[in-house]
Ligand binder design. Structure first.
Ligand code: CMC
Length: 391
């Protein structure tokens, strides 16, 4: 009938109730089950945050060990899945591979796809969290033409991922604790962010009762876009393109020009109308990683000066545009050694925790119904069919 609220982009529609993540965009506050992102990033580990989001509480020591052991048990990928990689071109984007391989998991794990059984849901969730580093590391190895490495479950979640990615040969790879900590923190900062586009995609796909691995593949597809997770890749590419602080004003002017589609990547957010708290932690982490690696990428100076100039410009002030999580992350990832094409895959790896936690919350919600938005129809009214020769 057309009597629906028109809300393109869902700027004012709450699609669910959730206990997982609270954001106060005006104040720049982000909490996971009540704990601030700053405290989690400083003191916690990614596995603790995964436990918090998935199970509801930070784990005690025994719970932590049980949880990490459970995740560890699932890090291997079915051997047949190796064959999927060779089906891709070597220059395939890692996100294309992630979509394909994660979607394909749905054909492998039939013992964890009865979504009405909480235990099976948990096994599927553990599998996804555990296999994502293996899948992402293999995408990297495939691109650079090196042999795949099996997970080494004596290492931490993040240490294992770094080794599977950069180990050449694996036996000689020693995980640098500062890099491991920084990488783990980046994972924490990306773990969940309430009903963003990819999480809403996972919920919508899951609302029909679809296979959980297929739902996460849908989330990965959505995350890939440059307005969402793809912004970390786009932000670093932009900083390189600017190249020198002298050129910043030119790019600021372009971002303000409504006839130019260019936007400052890593800037602005649907919810934050203040500094994204994840961006502050990220900026601090850049300094730590640079100190540990004894490097100094000039692109960091470009980023700092770009931020300062934008934050003092009336356009950005008026529209409340601040750096977001993607503005500084690429600088760290690049210093660690990741090519830009891997950045969004790392985001997907970490966000899998949020996706599975949100998916579990949705399925166990007694009020859950299939997601089915309505529309305002603007097409023609009734028309008579005309034979093709008479049109
Ligand atoms: N540079 C220049 N102008 C901007 C920018 C930007 N980065 N972001 C927003 N604006 C302007 C926009 O042109 C609009 O102006 P006007 O009202 O005159 O038309 C106004 O600010 C509001 O923007 P919007 O596009 O209506 O806001 P939105 O909530 O729909 O979009 C956003 C949010 C994040 C997609 C957008 O800010 C953007 O494109 N940013 C760059 C991409 C980016 O960094 N994305 C990562 C987001 S955080 C991590 C994640 O979600 O994955």
């Amino acid at each position: 009938t057309g009597a629906f609220t028109y809300d393109p982009g869902f700027t004012s529609t709450a699609s669910c109730e959730s206990e997982l993540t609270f954001i106060d965009g005006g104040e720049g506050i982000l909490l996971h089950r009540g704990y601030s992102i700053e405290q989690l990033a400083e003191h916690s580990t990614f596995m603790e945050v995964a436990h918090l989001l998935l199970r509801g509480e930070l784990p005690n020591q025994t719970e932590y060990e049980n949880f990490t052991n459970t995740i560890t048990r699932h890090t291997m990928l079915h051997d047949q899945l190796r064959g999927f990689y060779s089906g891709f071109r070597r220059d395939a984007h890692p996100m294309a591979i992630m979509c394909g391989v994660v979607g394909a998991l749905s054909a492998f794990y039939h013992d964890s796809t009865d979504i009405n059984d909480p235990q099976q849901r948990m096994i599927a969730s553990h599998r996804l969290i555990a296999k994502m580093p293996t899948i992402a590391a293999m995408a990297y190895k495939y691109a650079v033409g090196q042999p795949f490495l099996y997970p080494d479950n004596r290492l931490s979640y993040t240490g294992n991922f770094l080794r599977m990615t950069f180990g050449v040969p694996a036996e000689d790879y020693e995980v640098d604790p500062v890099i491991e900590k920084a990488m783990d923190r980046i994972f924490i900062l990306h773990a969940d962010h309430e009903q963003n586009a990819s999480t809403s995609t996972v919920r919508l796909a899951g609302s029909s009762g679809a296979n959980p691995f297929a739902c996460i593949a849908a989330g990965i597809a959505c995350l890939w876009g440059p307005a969402h997770g793809g912004a970390n890749e786009a932000a670093l590419n932009m900083l390189h393109e600017i190249g020198h602080p002298d050129r910043i004003p030119e790019y600021i002017e372009r971002a303000k020009d409504k006839n130019d589609p260019f936007r400052l990547m890593g800037f602005g957010h649907r919810v934050y109308k203040n500094y994204d708290p994840r961006a502050s932690v990220m900026q601090k982490t850049v300094r730590e990683v640079f100190a540990a690696l004894k490097v100094n990428d000039p692109v960091f100076d470009v980023a700092l000066q770009l931020e300062e100039m934008a934050l003092n410009d009336p356009y950005f002030i008026e529209k409340k545009l601040f750096p977001n999580v993607d503005f500084y992350s690429g600088i760290i990832l690049s210093a660690i050694g990741f090519p830009t094409s891997m950045f969004t895959a790392l985001f997907a790896l970490a966000r899998t925790v949020g996706w599975v936690a949100q998916w579990n919350e949705m399925i166990s919600d007694p009020g859950q119904r299939i997601g089915r938005p309505r529309q305002l129809y603007t097409g023609p009214k009734h028309r008579e069919y005309v034979a093709i020769g008479d049109r």
